[in-house]
Ligand binder design. Sequence first.
Ligand code: PGA
Length: 247
Amino acid sequence: MKKLIAGNWKMNGSLAANDALVRELVRGLDGNAGCTVAVCVPAPYLAQVQALRAGTPLELGAQDVSEQAEGAYTGEVSAAMLKEFGVRYVIIGHSERRQYHGETDAVVADKTKAALAAGITPIVCVGETLVQRDAGRTVDIVKRQMAAVIHTNGHCISEIVVAYEPVWAIGTGKTASPDEVQQVHAVLRAQLKAATSHADRVRILYGGSMNAANAASLLAQPDIDGGLIGGASLKAPDFLQIVRAAR
Ligand code: PGA
């Protein structure tokens, strides 16, 4: 299974900065990524990045999607709209969406379903907070988050990508150790195996302060199938180094 390295730009970028970043990424990939590489960009920049990446191995992703198909949902963006801009991946249930926008497990599950129905691969995020980890609840939390998505999506679950992102590791410079991450990924893999006979083809990414220095040791673990990269995805040399570690 090819690894997936996905950049999560979050609410960063500008027309000028995106142009420079994507051009440098495309030059660095040199027509052959060796793994799957995507950038998940703010919605207003989808058209810009779609044009910049055309004809290159760089895939386009979004950061959120509505669970609704269309209608009176001011501010929302549907999966069909994303699809029109060549979006292949969409991040769903990022901890920042859960925390600042009140996204529940049920909403995350419905958004996953909407993305799958449109033929877009959801990157479903799960992960515990520091309080939950310290209370020994990591496994309970990620299994609960995952169970909701499995329940709503049935056998289609083999079509998703999962991102395990411990909330305490996001943007903090603190990374879970490769062993700690592997343990959680193995739990998630077992949970997926109970739901589908194709669990081995589900990519389980790690996210949370992944960078050029720690990527190789994380990606060497048997159940770490790629990374969801925030801060380091905004610097082309760092992001490309992570891509090289995934080849
Ligand atoms: P980070 O963010 O790499 O900046 O920690 C990862 C994420 O939130 O997806």
